[in-house]
Design a protein around this ligand. Structure first.
Ligand SMILES: *Cc1c(COP(=O)(O)O)cnc(C)c1O
Length: 344
């Protein structure tokens, strides 16, 4: 199958599986796993942070960060379409008694500096105490401008907030801009990275921050049930991804461009956005079910809807992108299609 639903669907490569079988391991809850320790050190160094913590998922990594930054009754300022707000099961509220103050996104994915400034509550006993600004990069594939992240984090710090970056796809931002991981992490007190998306590891996220912050986050990881034992098997896969699958993200970005250009040429399809490894395309609503079925019969998985997110990754080649475009084109221009009748 050609699976464009997400970059989480990547399977470990043969080389990655081989590295996993050879990994030196120990009990990571005791800090004894050499592969975990080496991986945490390598990424911390590359990101310009003092320490790192391996976690099983990005959701747990973000939650650990929020729990470490905030006390019960404190508040995080986040985008209203951010993963932390929409896609993490309300964990901050459910498990941390932390409230989330959402702000709308600008067209480039940022949260307007003036809106951010105004959202920080004054020292008044009526208000939750504003404690943390959390940004997301990339956001729906878009790279936040570096001038913006530097200005937003500086302003947050001036107003007494800490800063967190949900960098699940920060390596995509790095490859797209040529900026180093350390440059992209600048200004943030903590950063969460995912290795199980376009980088192709089966499991693994890292939380980065100061030594004291990570020591406190390590306690929360245990509390949340995220303390893993011989986790070196997973760290070895992530470390392999770090060394072999970062530069090749450029191929995914090229494939997203190829897909966007191909789909833009199909009558009835509207390409709304294309950034890094994501394409957002609008298909006529009346056709979505039949299109989805047609594509599935062609071995292509995408959640065809009025606005569909298509994601390129390690397990999709340029040749497969051409097959996707051809299959969509066949559907809309084929003999059994009556596009004009259904869309008016
Ligand atoms: C995928 C993702 C996460 C983490 O998700 P998990 O599935 O829990 O690993 C966090 N933030 C963003 C923006 C993501 O895309």
């Amino acid at each position: 199958m050609i699976d464009l639903r997400s970059d989480t669907v990547t399977r470990p490569t043969a080389a990655m599986r081989e590295v996993m079988t050879r990994a030196a391991v120990g009990d990571d809850v005791w800090g004894d796993d050499p592969s975990v320790n080496a991986f945490e050190r390598a990424v911390a160094e590359r990101a310009g942070k003092a320490a790192a913590l391996l976690l099983p998922s990005g959701t747990q990594s973000n939650l650990c960060a929020l729990l470490t930054h905030c006390q019960r009754g404190e508040e995080v300022i986040v985008g209203q379409h951010s993963h932390i707000f929409r896609d993490e099961g309300g964990g901050a509220a459910a498990l941390g008694s932390i409230s989330l103050q959402t702000l709308p996104h600008e067209a480039d994915g940022s949260l307007a500096l003036e809106a951010l400034r105004g959202a920080v509550k004054g020292d008044d006993l009526h208000h939750a105490r504003s404690r943390l600004l959390a940004l997301e990069n990339t956001f729906r594939g878009k790279v936040l401008p570096r001038d913006y992240t530097l200005a937003a984090t500086a302003q947050a710090h001036e107003q007494g907030l800490a800063t967190h970056l949900d960098g699940a796809r920060l390596f995509n931002a790095s490859v797209a801009t040529g900026l180093s991981l350390a440059e992209l992490c600048e200004g943030f007190d903590s950063v969460s990275l995912c290795f199980s998306k376009g980088l192709g590891a089966p499991v693994g996220s890292l939380l980065l921050g100061s030594a004291d912050f990570i020591a406190r986050a390590r306690r929360w990881r245990k509390t949340l049930g995220g303390g893993m034992r011989q986790a070196g098997l997973l760290a070895a896969a992530c470390h392999h991804a770090l060394e072999h699958h970062v530069e090749r993200l450029a191929d995914d970005h090229d494939n997203a461009r190829r897909l966007a250009e191909g789909l833009a040429g199909v009558p009835g399809v509207e390409v709304r956005a294309r950034d890094t490894n994501m394409v957002f395309a609008a298909f006529p609503e009346a056709h979505c079910r039949a299109l989805g079925a047609h594509l599935e019969a062609c071995g292509i998985l995408m959640a065809a809807g009025p606005v569909t997110r298509l994601v390129t990754h390690l397990d999709v080649s340029a040749e497969q992108i051409d097959r996707v475009v051809a299959a969509v084109n066949d559907y809309f221009t084929g003999a059994d299609s009556d596009l004009s009748a259904s869309t008016g």
